[in-house]
Design a binder for this molecule. Structure first.
Ligand SMILES: NC(=O)c1ccc[n+]([C@@H]2O[C@H](COP(=O)([O-])OP(=O)(O)OC[C@H]3O[C@@H](n4cnc5c(N)ncnc54)[C@H](O)[C@@H]3O)[C@@H](O)[C@H]2O)c1
Length: 389
C-alpha cells in the first residue's frame, strides 16, 4: 500500500482545509489498496494560523514559504491551494523539482503559461491534476455515459451558467478575488472555469467564442481580515479599493464538433447563493442538470413513445462506483466535499498506478485557452478563435 507524501500550500484557506480533509478521509471510503496519502507539510503565509495548523495535522511541518517545500525530498505531491496568480510560478518550480502536482483552478494566468506547465509535466513524467472538482460528482459520470453511448445523438447545443451573490451587495468587502494582480481574470478564471470544465467533460473543445466581461461595482471597501462570504458592518472609515477584474461574463461559443454554446456566469447575482446549471441538447434527446438537485439528472429521449415523452428524473446511485463508495442507496445526497474526496482519491490512484485521470494539466490548458479568449474577445469586442490542436 504505497503512501504518497503531500504538501498543501495555502493550508489555512478554504481549499487548503478541504484538500487536507479529503486526503485524510478518502481511505475510509475507497480503501487503501490504491494507495494512501500522508499530509507531511502545511504551507501558509499567514503566521496567525501556525498553531492551529500544527494541531490539525499532527506531525506535519508547518511552514510559511512555499519555496522551502518544492524541493523537499520527503514530499511526493505538491498541492497548490494558493490564490490564482501564484499557481504558475509554484507549479513550475514543483514540476522542475520532479514532483507530482495537484493545482486548484484556474491552472495558470494565461494559456501560454498553462501550456508550458503541461509540456513540462509530460517531459518530467509526473502526474498532474487540476481541481475542477464539480464534474467529478457521480451524477456527471451518468451524463457523460448517456452522451458517450449516443443516447442523445449528436450534440447541437450547450447552455450553462454559474452565479453567486458574493458581490451582489455593493458594500461587500474587497478580497483577493477582486484584485487583478492576484486573480488576473477575475470571475472568468474563478467561476467561468467551472462551467468550462463541464463543457470539456461533456461536449468537447471550444474552437471560437465571443464574450463580454463587465464590472458591476467598480470599488469595494477594504476590511482587514475579511474572507470570502463575510458581510461585516462598515464603520464609514474604510479605504475603498478598485475592482480590477471582471464581475460577470456573457458569452456564446462554437465547439470543435460543431455544437453551439451559450454561457453566463457572475459573482454579483443578488439572491443566487449558488446557481449552477447546464443543458445539453442532441438530435435524439437532451440532458439537464441543476446544482439545486445535486445528485439528479434529467434525461429526455426522443425514442420514448409519442404522448409519453418527457424529461425523466434519474437520481445517481450505487451503480456508480464513486457513489457506492459513500452510500448504498440512491438520493441520500453527495455534496461538494464528497466530490473533493473523490478527487483526492483519484489523484493518489493516478500517482500510484502512473495513470493520469481527467482533468490533467492538458485539460487545464484548454480551460485557460477559453479564459484567455474571453478576456481577449471582451477587450477587442469580437469573435476569437481558439487553436484546438
Ligand atoms: N475547485 C473549487 O471548487 C474551488 C473553490 C474555491 C477556490 N478554488 C481555488 O482555490 C484557490 C484558493 O482559493 P481559496 O478560496 O481557498 O482561497 P483562500 O483565500 O481561502 O485561501 C488562500 C490561502 O493561501 C494563503 N496564501 C496566500 N499567499 C500565500 C503564499 N505566498 N504562501 C503561502 N500561503 C499563501 C492565504 O493566507 C490563504 O490562507 C484559488 O485558486 C481558487 O480559485 C477552487
Amino acid at each position: 500500500m504505497p503512501e504518497i507524501r503531500v504538501a498543501i500550500l495555502g493550508a489555512s484557506g478554504w481549499m487548503g482545509k478541504v484538500h487536507a480533509m479529503a486526503f485524510q478521509t478518502f481511505p475510509h471510503f475507497f480503501g487503501t489498496s490504491d494507495g494512501t496519502a500522508r499530509v507531511v507539510a502545511l504551507v501558509e503565509a499567514n503566521p496567525r494560523h501556525a498553531n492551529e495548523l500544527a494541531s490539525r495535522v499532527p506531525g506535519a511541518k508547518v511552514l510559511q514559504d512555499w519555496k522551502s517545500v518544492v524541493n523537499d525530498p520527503d514530499v511526493d505531491l505538491i498541492d497548490i491551494c494558493l490564490p490564482d496568480s501564484l499557481h504558475y510560478e509554484v507549479a513550475k518550480a514543483a514540476l522542475l523539482a520532479g514532483k507530482h502536482v495537484y493545482c486548484e483552478k484556474p491552472l495558470a494566468n494565461t494559456a501560454v503559461e498553462a501550456r508550458e506547465l503541461a509540456d513540462l509535466a509530460r517531459a518530467k513524467g509526473v502526474i498532474t491534476r487540476v481541481g475542477h472538482a464539480f464534474p467529478r460528482n457521480p451524477v456527471h459520470d451518468l451524463a457523460r455515459e448517456i452522451i458517450t453511448a449516443g443516447e442523445i445523438g449528436e450534440i447541437k447545443m450547450f447552455r450553462g451558467c454559474q452565479h453567486i451573490d458574493m458581490y451582489g451587495d455593493p458594500n461587500a468587502p474587497f478580497i483577493w478575488r477582486a484584485d487583478g494582480k492576484l486573480a488576473p481574470t477575475g470571475i472568468v478564471g474563478d467561476t467561468g472555469s467551472h462551467i468550462f470544465s463541464f463543457m470539456s467533460f461533456l461536449v468537447g473543445k471550444v474552437s471560437a467564442l465571443v464574450a463580454e466581461n463587465f464590472i458591476t461595482t467598480p470599488r469595494r471597501p477594504v476590511v482587514e481580515g475579511s474572507a470570502l462570504g463575510a458581510q461585516p458592518a462598515l464603520t464609514g472609515n474604510e479605504i475603498w479599493a478598485d475592482v480590477t477584474n471582471p464581475d460577470a461574463t456573457n458569452l456564446i461559443c462554437r465547439f470543435e464538433n460543431g455544437a453551439r454554446g451559450i454561457v453566463d456566469f457572475s459573482r454579483v447575482a443578488t439572491g443566487r447563493k449558488f446557481m449552477q446549471t447546464y443543458e445539453v441538447y442532441g438530435t435524439k434527446g437532451s440532458i439537464a442538470y441543476t446544482y439545486d438537485e445535486i445528485n439528479r439528472l434529467r434525461f429526455y429521449s426522443s425514442a420514448d413513445p409519442s404522448g409519453r415523452a418527457g424529461f425523466r428524473e434519474i437520481d445517481v446511485g450505487p451503480e456508480n462506483a464513486n457513489y457506492r463508495a459513500f452510500l448504498p442507496l440512491p438520493n441520500f445526497g453527495l455534496g461538494y466535499n464528497e466530490t473533493k474526496i473523490i478527487e483526492a482519491a483519484e489523484v493518489i490512484r493516478s500517482i500510484v498506478h502512473k495513470t493520469p485521470m481527467w482533468p490533467t494539466f492538458d485539460t487545464g490548458h484548454h480551460i485557460c485557452q477559453i479564459v484567455d479568449a474571453c478576456m481577449e474577445s471582451s477587450r477587442q469586442q469580437r469573435w476569437v478563435d481558439i487553436p484546438t490542436v
